[in-house]
Design a protein around this ligand. Sequence first.
Ligand code: ATP
Length: 296
Amino acid sequence: MTKRLNLKAYGKINLGLDVLRKREDGYHEVRMIMQTVGIYDKIELSLQEKPGITVETNLYYLPNNENNLVYRAADLLMKEFKTEGGVHINLKKFIPVSAGMAGGSSDAAAVLVGLNRMLGLGLTREQLMERGVKIGADVPYCIMRGTALSEGIGEILTRLPPVPQCQVLIAKPGISVSTKFVYGNLHADRLKKGEHPDIDGMAEAIRRKDLQGIAGRLGNVLETVTVPAYPVIQEIKDTMADYGALGSLMSGSGPTVFGLFTDKKDAERAYEELRYGKKSEIAKQVYLTDFYNVED
Ligand code: ATP
């Protein structure tokens, strides 16, 4: 039995995010185009003789108890399979936290995949995804990774072909945006037709491998709430456009913004400006990365 395992938990962006309606149970029905990017958290799992789950992270403000999603993922499998002994989880965060990049969900997904392997549980990917949704709606997608259409509350997934590679600039402003505030102020039934992103058109552009078509259809209905409330989001989008982005968009419920660039030099200049230049005032965390594609 392997004693130690190192894992990478990748973040995601939404190339498209639409909200159809609020269900009676309070969940929102969504249609999203999900895309994994090259930014990842590092997780080390170490099996221990002593029972129990211990969590250590590099960010003092993250919980290291059952409120951390990595704990919940380990607990779910270890309880179900009545595992003897315990596990220590060392989590190093690089994905911006509370940022719309599903960092916590991806960490949980990595722990499910990793423990399944280390403990020899023999669960298939689908079986892990079924368990993942109990932790969070985005966890099944984070197990799947790559490009996908996500429907229902996020758990109905359809694989899409990989998107054409390009530079992805990611910038998170130094503000916190509560997911509750964003969904609470979105009135999906009152939106005009033009305010809904073209999710089917986006899926088609991806199937055609048409990067211009993808960039031209970037759309996130949650921007109708966050952009007026937090103008800094628009300012980051505009900066990316000024530096030659094909398109830019807020990811998830924000406040992270990403921009797609075909020209590496343009992307690097935009990165420099947001990271170190005058515009560094509006961006707290800035990364230059690319798409993480999965072929299966
Ligand atoms: P989403 O894109 O799914 O909305 P997010 O990017 O908004 O996710 P996360 O960073 O995944 O948000 O989670 C943020 C919240 O979850 C914080 O309140 C944090 O304390 C809690 N949390 C629990 N476990 C983790 C984890 N492993 N990583 C980050 N946050 C975690």
